[in-house]
Design a binder for this molecule. Sequence first.
Ligand code: ATP
Ligand code: MG
Ligand code: MG
Length: 350
Amino acid sequence: GSTIGILGTGQLGRMLAAAAAKLGFRVETYGPEISPPAAQLANEHHAADYTDIESLRAFAHRIDAATFEFENIPPETVRTLIEEGVPVRPDERILAVCQDRVPEKKFLREHGFATAPFADIQTAEDLEKAVAEIGPEGILKTRRFGYDGKGQVRIRPGMDLGAAFAELNAPSIYEGLVEFDAEVSLIAARSVSGDIRFFDMPHNDHSGGILRISTVPANLPIEAEEAKSSVCHLLEALDYVGVMTVEFFWSKSRGLIANEIAPRVHNSGHWTHEACAVSQFEQHIRAVAGWPLGDPVRHSDAVMANLIGMDAEEWAMLAEDPALAITLYGKSEARAGRKMGHTVKIFPKS
Ligand code: ATP
Ligand code: MG
Ligand code: MG
């Protein structure tokens, strides 16, 4: 059989590894940690830095196709594997877009999406100027490396902007606050042959910058046709292969406003494992392997809830509910704000 290589070793890599094994592939993971969540389900794990050329070449020679489970893999890492003859799906073009919030927002606008008003912030003076132009309600975010709301400062009228900038002290983006009725996401997949499929849009509840709950159907009067066709153009422009997620704000008056792109399977799509014929994880592996896409049809309604910072005793309580599907990520240490697992409850389709 052939072997799929996964760069990055968190829970998304773990669930991708499980899906690949289910389809009969061998799985090898690569990342700097010794025993991360994804490695526990892989046939083999290579604990080495993403920039370690020798280790990367050895990895390339052991695998037939590769993918990544998070967007902060150095583009050169992907390039190295491709130069060694391994198809990496998607390839590094999307990383240049997704690793930095400024080009990401520009890219979204170029592809026809509305976004929050934004400005590039290099200094405290830039922030003063941006707040004067865009308005005093907004969010200052580091351009790179933010996730789960980390590296963000909420800006309010009358705030000390110098202190706010000093808190991040890094190249940042200032975004005007979007007033929304709901947050939703579009989870798409594109195959090597160019076929594109969408999962149903979940309604996503965040608090403290972290996703808590995703619900399908969203039960909102969303007109998504234009956003879907923009996603198709975006996927085609990059000859993108694999699952891609676009996060949106939605309001009754303004429709869909794009927030950010995740070039991968997404937390708001975990319910697809229990509620769809083919999950986002299987869909991604199908695309990476050059297979035809599966049918993303949803056979059930579903509610996905993240388990954040909970410890083992609390999980035992969850098992008391026989209808709750539990997924745990094999992380030994429960820290505040850390995603430890999730649950999915399915219901007959309404
Ligand atoms: P993720 O874990 O999804 O990658 P992140 O750290 O990259 O998160 P964002 O998705 O930019 O951060 O923001 C996290 C949440 O903060 C959003 O889902 C939304 O609830 C809120 N938020 C972010 N930007 C804005 C904005 N411009 N206006 C209103 N709310 C916002
Ligand atoms: Mg993000
Ligand atoms: Mg986000």
